[in-house]
Ligand binder design. Structure first.
Ligand code: PGA
Ligand code: ZN
Length: 436
């Protein structure tokens, strides 16, 4: 079996033009694997630490040379000789080497790049496509990848960003992400066609109303200067209506509110309303949105530390819609376990770079699977040209994916990979339809 001989690293750029870490694992018999670390803007406090050089004279302090050095000087010698197909052992070694709770020593960005590069090299060593090789590593730690019935593989239902606010688009609106879900699509390819139709219709509508519709936000969606969150929702619904889709309810809505980012001293600061709401008032607002609009999923509806608010909202909505913890859980097993005990959500966003390693990501998914929490594989607002996220979603049968809009090639790299995998798998795969 292929053994690791060296891990190289370099500083490259992500989709926002910010430095990020690329790791390259080199094995005996010429096998290699390479991966880049994605980076978030609206980060949860429990995420793996992102190492930045803080040297003002380089990349405004955002350089990642320390993380690169950590890989070259610490990780590379420590992984030498290890079997590249033993993802769990390699990840364990990485966690050990770091030795801190939040991966502050080596940097989460260094660790995740190495962990994913190892996965890529393992796929080459197995002579398998990445999604099949990932199934083996997930099974190793007891995560069951196969969907219960019907097919060998589950393609993920996409939730797709149409309009951005919050930290991803100059903070005009509080809600960070207004998304659509083509709930009745029969295939991934059909899902993409529906998304295209609505996206285009929305662009025409925005232009007709004098809004900016030619520039894109961090995740590729529109970032018009709207006055209220409701306006964004209404525009999307009008765009769906005008798009000529046969059934109006073919498309439903999801919001990523990322509420931590406008939560201050116990209050939700709504600049669009010029008001500060306490948790109960904010929950009332959310309930009224869910009542009026076809919203099937809310992500981070409350701040990551407002656990009382979360459990209140869960009591009111938990049996009707999907309530996702992103900043809340930060793909962190301890946080997820605490959340499960307290019953504060019913779904978890899965971002490998929040966890740090692939194995820790699988462990979080396993935990979620065991208690029936839904799992949504997610890109970051600062992402890369790589496609592994699509393979991860198919390998784990997660059932849902969130990549951003259908513009910007760091997003399309993943959408296009899912189209390829759908074609390759043919009858062996079906599209998950968790909302239909
Ligand atoms: P981030 O945003 O990558 O900036 O954290 C994505 C999200 O909040 O889901
Ligand atoms: Zn989020």
């Amino acid at each position: 079996m292929a053994r690791i001989t060296e891990v190289r690293a370099r500083e490259v750029l992500d989709s926002r033009g910010q430095p990020t870490v690329e790791a390259e694992v080199i094995c005996s018999d010429g096998i290699r694997g390479r991966a880049l670390a994605p980076a978030g803007a609206s980060r949860g406090s429990a995420e793996a630490w992102e190492s930045r050089d803080n040297e003002a004279e380089r990349f405004g302090g955002r350089g990642v040379r320390q993380a690169v050095r950590a890989i070259q000087e610490t990780v590379s010698p420590a992984l030498r000789g290890m079997c590249v197909t033993d993802q769990a052992k390699v990840d364990e070694r990485l966690v050990e080497l770091d030795g801190t709770i939040n991966k502050k020593r080596l940097g989460g960005n260094a660790i995740v790049a190495v962990s994913l590069a190892v996965a890529q090299a393992a796929a080459h060593a197995h002579r398998l496509p990445l999604y099949q090789s990932l199934v083996l590593s997930a099974l190793d730690i007891g995560y069951l990848c196969r969907p219960a019935e019907g097919a060998d593989y589950l393609l993920p239902m996409p939730m797709v960003n149409m309009i951005s606010g919050g930290l991803h688009a100059g903070r005009h609106l509080e809600v960070q992400d207004f998304l659509i879900i083509p709930q009745h699509a029969r295939s991934f390819a059909e899902a993409i066609e529906i998304i295209y139709t609505v996206h285009r219709s929305l662009g025409n509508l925005l232009r007709a109303q004098g809004y900016e519709a030619d520039l894109v936000a961090d995740e590729g969606g529109y970032g018009p200067r709207l006055r209220t969150n409701e306006e964004a929702i209404e525009l999307i619904l009008s765009a769906v209506k005008k798009s000529g889709l046969r059934e109006a309810n073919d498309v439903v809505l999801a919001l990523d509110i990322a509420a931590s980012h406008f939560y201050n001293e116990g209050l939700y600061e709504l600049t669009t309303l010029d008001r500060k709401l306490d948790s109960a008032e904010w929950i009332e607002q959310l309930l009224s949105w869910v009542k009026v609009y076809p919203i099937v999923s809310l992500e981070d509806p409350l701040a990551e530390n407002d656990w009382a608010g979360w459990s209140e909202l869960m009591k009111k909505l938990g049996n009707r819609i999907q309530i996702i913890g992103d900043d809340l859980f930060a793909t962190n097993l301890q946080r997820l376990r605490r959340g499960i005990t307290q019953g504060i959500a019913n779904a978890v966003l899965i971002k490998p770079n929040q966890a740090g390693t692939l194995t820790e990501t699988f462990l979080v998914m396993r935990e979620a699977q065991q208690v029936g929490y839904r799992r949504i594989i997610s890109a970051r607002s600062g992402d890369t040209e790589e496609t592994w996220l699509a393979d991860l979603a198919v390998a784990t049968g997660a059932g849902q994916i969130k990549i951003g809009c259908i513009t910007r090639s760091e997003r399309l790299a993943k959408y296009n990979q899912l189209l390829r995998l759908e074609e390759e798998l043919g009858e062996r795969a079906r599209l998950a339809r968790p909302f239909a």
